[in-house]
Design a protein around this ligand. Structure first.
Ligand SMILES: [Zn+2]
Length: 210
């Protein structure tokens, strides 16, 4: 469940024209599968759901104000990673780098680096902050435990924790001021996949290739 992407992410959406960068959030939730691209924490594990996540600028607003509302500079991150990173530039971009080549999560919840860029990201985003390591380890243990029992309650809990959020954004109802340069991406949105009955009950650890 803590697998970093093995492939470079190819964006499925291209909204533009919002005055407030926060308006891109529903698109980014769908784009990055409702989890933090840095620490891999998921919305379904946070009591606050998507309120515990924010629009993250790969290149900070202070350094590159011209990219502050450019979708290609925006990703999805939990508020903890977002505030830890502050205005530092990310050494890794999931749309340029396959993060699995740089980072890995151990069964103990600790994230280790395979590269200098990975180590830099761990330090910039404080990916091994103690409470987060403990929380990741708890999720690994819970996953193992729930898979070992065959009870209706366990299956229900597994789907709630390790499935997709109930409030998937219906992006077709959103109309970015300057349009969406990749309208075909709506078909592969999680909302549409669920509507067609194609969304698995448990989340995919690797994103399907668009
Ligand atoms: Zn995070």
């Amino acid at each position: 469940m803590f697998d970093y992407p093995q492939h470079v992410h190819r964006r499925r959406h291209g909204p533009s024209g919002y005055n407030d960068f926060r308006s891109f959030k529903p698109w980014l939730r769908d784009e990055f599968a409702f989890r933090c691209i840095y620490c891999l924490w998921r919305e379904t594990w946070s009591a606050a759901g998507d309120a515990a996540f924010s629009v993250e600028h790969l290149q900070s607003r202070s350094r590159r104000p011209d990219l502050a509302r450019d979708y290609t500079n925006l990703v999805y991150a939990c508020c903890g990673c977002n505030s830890g990173k502050q205005d530092q530039e990310s050494p890794l971009d999931p749309c340029r780098d396959a993060l699995a080549a740089h980072l890995a999560v151990g069964a103990d919840g600790v994230i280790s680096a395979n590269t200098i860029e990975g180590q830099s990201l761990i330090e910039i985003c404080l990916l091994n902050r103690p409470a987060l390591v403990t929380a990741r380890r708890t999720m690994v243990q819970l996953w193992t435990l729930l898979n070992a029992v065959n009870l209706a309650n366990a299956r229900e809990l597994k789907q709630r924790l390790f499935g997709y959020p109930s409030d998937l954004p219906n992006l077709a109802k959103r109309h970015p001021p300057d349009g969406d340069s990749m309208p075909s991406g709506l078909e592969s949105s999680f909302f549409e996949r669920r509507r067609r009955g194609e969304l698995p009950a448990l989340f995919e650890t690797q994103e399907p290739t668009p």
